[in-house]
Design a protein around this ligand. Structure first.
Ligand code: MN
Length: 230
């Protein structure tokens, strides 16, 4: 039976993605997808990026890949680059080869497999994923909280009235698997599952494994691998 395997934010945690994947033991016709943020923060970003490519694992775009891509695009314009990279990002950039860059720039904002939609941050009930405007595209990568009128709340501006997007999402763009916002355990709502369990913050790396039954992928299990703390 074909499986759809979705990995949470890896952030350069190479040992953990390798171990988690070996535990899941994907078979030849299974589909493997990352929710983005494969790189940055952790110790092995490049090694992780190469591993993902080597095993033909797909990924949607994360805000951390997006930042590197936007930096590269600005560099081509030869103007003052408005994006500032930290040391970690500079080191990653220095080690990227042309294949890595091709992989990064072709990461899509979302992927759909039957009834399952995979994206990095979140979405609003008004969004049509196949017809997003520029602002909506940036929000797909970054969405966490909405205000009481369901407008996007910038990171750090959330308060007691803020609503987590997944709590009001009505399922109109399919069942969404997302990352970006980290939780101690995978966060399950009626139409969503948040799969970033903060591996790079010393918690664990998680994946959700669906099985194809008829025309739909049905939730099967959540598998995690604890962060290796040396
Ligand atoms: Mn993120």
């Amino acid at each position: 039976m074909q499986k759809l395997i979705v990995y949470g934010d890896i952030h350069g945690c190479y040992d953990e993605i390798k171990s988690l994947r070996e535990n899941i033991n994907p078979q030849e016709n299974d589909i493997e997808v990352c929710v983005g943020d494969i790189i940055t923060k952790g110790k092995d970003s490049i090694k992780t990026l190469r591993y993902i490519q080597e095993y033909d694992i797909k990924s949607v775009l994360g805000n951390h890949e997006d930042k590197i891509i936007r930096y590269l695009q600005h560099e081509k314009l030869k103007n003052q680059n408005p994006i500032t990279l930290d040391e970690d990002e500079k080191n990653i950039l220095k080690d990227l080869n042309s294949k890595d860059i091709d992989f990064l720039i072709t990461m899509p904002l979302f992927m759909k497999f039957k009834n399952i939609t995979i994206l990095h941050g979140g979405l609003h009930n008004s969004y049509d994923l196949h017809n997003l405007n520029k602002k909506e595209k940036t929000k797909i990568l970054r969405m966490r909280y909405l205000d009481k009128n369901h407008n996007f709340v910038t990171l750090g501006k959330e308060n007691d009235d803020s609503i987590f997007w997944a709590d009001v999402y009505d399922g109109n763009q399919g069942f969404v698997v997302y990352g970006h916002q980290r939780f101690k355990e995978a966060r399950i709502n009626k139409y969503t599952i948040g799969i970033d369990t903060g591996c790079v913050y010393n918690n664990k790396l998680s994946a959700i494994v669906f099985e194809l039954k008829g025309q739909n992928f049905i939730k099967h299990s959540i598998i995690s691998f604890d962060k290796i703390i040396k």
